[in-house]
Design a protein around this ligand. Structure first.
Ligand code: HEM
Length: 567
């Protein structure tokens, strides 16, 4: 049974990294574009990608949607099931993997054929081939089934263990799946009631604003769905890997509950520039967004405390003496620490991005990709990369190939992303737009208008080269490890690295701290999360529906001239 559970998890993780590999290869081409270099005239590239926008759509979808979804589904299935010592229905687990992969393949065909060049937000009235929407919906539906399986397994565990505290990793995973069920409702309703009926011609047109609002219902909270699996590693495993203890288990639980309640009713901060949504709602969503900083700050201080504890346990004294005593040769630890450092900048930039007053300055500029590459592109992705260095050996019994190359890849990725972030934020502040083949389309304007952005453009270009090297080094290690022969009994050589001070199984709820008792009723908290979201989105959507106006579908990014335009 365990071998089978490990195998399905391994399939999820391997599929995730194959998607990331293809997505990451396209990234540097985009970075060169933002350095003013147009590589899209190259005949070999032209044969592979019909346009910059096809590449950008593939990059965004594969990295941000496919990689994260597959990795998280494997990670958040395996960890709680092991944590509870539960036996799940393995046929169902394989079924959801196969369904998710089938969805991916159905969506991938139009993407590869340039029939779904819609960027990763697929805002209507841009219209792609129906199979893209159907495939993406199947993929999301599969993740909801994984969520259901884990939550029901936990409900069974609660029944079998009355009066006991839910083990920490299970608690974090279950609350996160609950959050995903709340936040994915936006995208699911958009797919079922707006996009799919429209692309099949059952509706005469589409209301772009309703679709966009439903998209951001999911689209902002999804970033926490990506981030919190990294938090699980930071809270539950990193302290042990660094040689220390978790600082406060109750605070970790509180963090996850705050995200469950507060992640979703914040999406309208992406729509400050949109009409027909009142300023009152925009400001309410802005304040709710700022509230999200609290659990992130709790995490920052908690994990910094754990790392301090680790360094002291290893003999470190004083501020700098302590820093030198962390295991800087271990790619698993280094990758995660660097990921967290990048998140400091990402979080601070996020507060600016979410501000009603600042948002117009950076809206739709290069600042935005600059911001989310140090959040999802580094804090999340680099944590998953570092986790893979122990998780793949744990799942497979294979040994990590070339640990030094793995370590180098972590430093290179971090350095590249930091330079990228400086370049792109800076370009954004100078007014360079995002999602534009700026190196070719607007060359004359670009030359005159953006000459003052030479330094940030150069930084962005340099970062593209560094990130390419980082990616090649990382994927060499991962794929060479996956393809190497099995050597160890992984349960003995690479056990799950639980932090020592995590409360042992069987802890009685009555003797637990007040905070643990207050956060334990997850089902009730889940109902509150649904209610909050209904309250914060209901009136907005009602007004949008009352004033709905349908427009025909358009094709903006086709390379065939006769296809460009609206129906
Ligand atoms: C967009 C570069 C890795 C997710 C972009 C853009 C650049 C870029 C320059 C902006 C393009 C534009 O607005 O026209 C890179 C490089 C990478 C990398 C050099 C590393 C080699 C990643 C990773 C993720 C990611 C790891 C997420 C896991 C995205 C997303 C977009 C994007 C979602 C937006 C696509 C859109 O606007 O539709 N990337 N990226 N990237 N990137 Fe990356």
């Amino acid at each position: 049974y365990l071998a089978n559970l490990k195998k399905v998890t391994q399939y999820y993780v391997a599929t995730a990294f194959i998607a990331l590999f293809i997505g990451v290869l396209i990234g540097p081409l985009q970075a060169f574009n933002y350095a003013g270099i147009n590589v899209y005239e190259n005949p070999i590239l032209k044969a592979l990608l019909k346009s910059y926008y096809q590449g950008l759509s593939l990059h965004g979808v594969l990295n941000a949607l496919v990689f994260t979804q597959f990795f998280i589904s494997g990670w958040l299935l395996y960890l709680p099931v092991r944590d509870m010592g539960a036996k799940i229905n393995m046929k169902f687990a394989w079924g959801t993997y196969i369904m998710m992969t089938a969805g991916l393949l159905i969506a991938a065909i139009p993407l590869l054929l340039n029939k779904a060049t819609l960027l990763y937000t697929f805002y209507p009235p841009m219209e792609g081939h129906w199979s893209f929407y159907v495939g993406a919906t199947i993929m999301v539906a599969a993740s909801l089934l994984v969520a259901g399986q884990v939550i029901l397994t936990w409900v069974g565990w609660k029944k079998a263990n009355p009066g006991q505290v839910t083990p920490l990793v299970t608690f974090m995973s279950v609350s996160l799946w609950m959050m995903w069920l709340v936040c994915s409702l936006g995208l699911v309703s958009s797919a079922l009631f707006v996009l799919i009926p429209w692309v099949f011609g059952l509706r005469p047109g589409v209301d772009p604003l309703i679709a966009k609002t439903l998209f951001w219902w999911t689209g902002h909270a999804i970033v926490y769905f990506w981030l919190l699996p990294a938090y699980i590693s930071w809270y539950a495993f990193l302290p042990k890997q660094a040689g220390g203890r978790i600082v406060s288990e109750p605070l970790a639980r509180l963090t996850f509950v705050m995200f469950l309640l507060n992640s979703t009713p914040v999406g309208i901060h992406h729509q400050y520039a949109d009409p027909n949504i009142s300023n009152t709602w925009k400001i309410i969503h802005m304040f709710l967004t700022f509230l999200i900083a609290i659990p992130s700050l709790l995490t920052a201080f908690s994990i910094a405390g754990s790392l301090e504890d680790a360094a002291r346990a290893r003999g470190g004294r004083g501020i700098f003496g302590m820093l030198t005593h962390l295991p800087w040769k271990d790619p698993v630890v280094v990758g995660q620490i660097l990921a967290m450092v990048s998140f400091i900048g990402g979080g601070a930039g996020g507060i600016i991005t979410a501000s009603f007053a600042f948002s117009p300055v950076i809206h739709n500029t290069a600042w935005i990709p600059g911001h989310f590459h140090i959040t999802v592109g580094t804090a999340v992705t680099q944590t998953f990369m570092a986790v893979a260095f122990w998780f793949i050996p744990h799942l497979t019994g294979k040994r990590l190939v070339a640990p030094k190359v793995a370590l180098a890849s972590m430093w290179l990725w971090f350095t590249g992303m930091m330079i990228f972030a400086v370049g792109m934020h800076w370009e954004g502040l100078l007014g360079v737009p995002r999602r534009t083949l700026i190196s070719a389309v607007a060359l004359p304007i670009y030359k005159e208008g953006y000459m003052h952005s030479t330094i940030p453009m150069a930084l962005t270009g340099i970062s593209g080269v560094i990130l390419l090297l980082a990616g090649l080094a990382f994927f060499y290690v991962i794929f060479a490890t996956l393809l190497s022969p099995r050597r160890d009994d992984a349960e003995a050589t690479t056990p799950l690295p639980y932090s020592e001070s995590i409360s042992p199984a069987g802890t009685n709820l009555k003797t637990a701290s007040n905070l643990v008792r207050a956060t334990e009723p997850l089902l009730a908290l889940w109902v509150v999360a649904f209610a909050l979201v209904a309250l914060m989105y209901g009136p907005v959507l009602m007004r949008l529906t009352q004033n709905a106006s349908l427009v025909p579908g358009c094709n903006f990014y086709s390379t065939v001239q006769s296809e460009v335009g609206c129906k």
